[in-house]
Design a protein around this ligand. Sequence first.
Ligand code: SF4
Length: 250
Amino acid sequence: MIRVSEIEAKSALTRSRIPSLDFCLNPYFGCGHGCRYCYADFMCRFRKRKERWGSFVDVKTNVPELLERQLRRRPPGRVSISTVTDPYQPVESKYRLTRRCLQTLLDYGRRISILTKSDLVLRDMDLLKQFEACEVGLTITTDNEKIKKLFEPNSPTIRRRIKALEKLKEQGIVTYAFIGPLLPANPAKLGEMIVPFADSLLVDRMNYRSKVVRIYRQNRLERFLEDDYFDAAAETFEKIFENKQIEVVW
Ligand code: SF4
């Protein structure tokens, strides 16, 4: 059960520390996808929230208006949607904040980069196609649905994410896949599933071991936490993608 609250935010855009991106836009605080390894739970400490990350979502109802105001003043730059939430988590179906923000970013001619685990992004294809510079990434961390459920319990299936990448690419949107953190997987199978539909690939290891080490132990998956597993998998991805002249970053 996710507790949903409506709140007023003070700001829509924040400066990004990621070199290729200038600003971050997070229309929600909290995330209903509830990934067990989520790095974003540090935000609870900042805001003195006691609830478990993944059990609540704060809907920043005034974000589209704040964004409009900030875009009038701020210099042009690339906007990342999102960095500490999923912009297409389930509540977005009802609140449509991400969609409204996209319309504003489009009106102001901004460049955008989206990262999500949800095929709800396809709803906004009409807007995405109008941006001069827009890339959309789908996070796909394993080829195994049981593993996905273990670590990312409330997020869309792997099949739906792959299908979303396929449809985005079909429509001429620049796509990327983010295999991060790499979960227990068959790397060759995972790479082959993604390669036809991604213009580039980002790979990252499990950097949040302390959050999930118990899940690995309980399910006898410890070997997938070893560096050898990640290094071999990254090499497999490199072979599969570089054969098709697709850039791999890890
Ligand atoms: S989708 Fe992203 S922000 Fe949401 S819980 Fe999972 S890792 Fe965290």
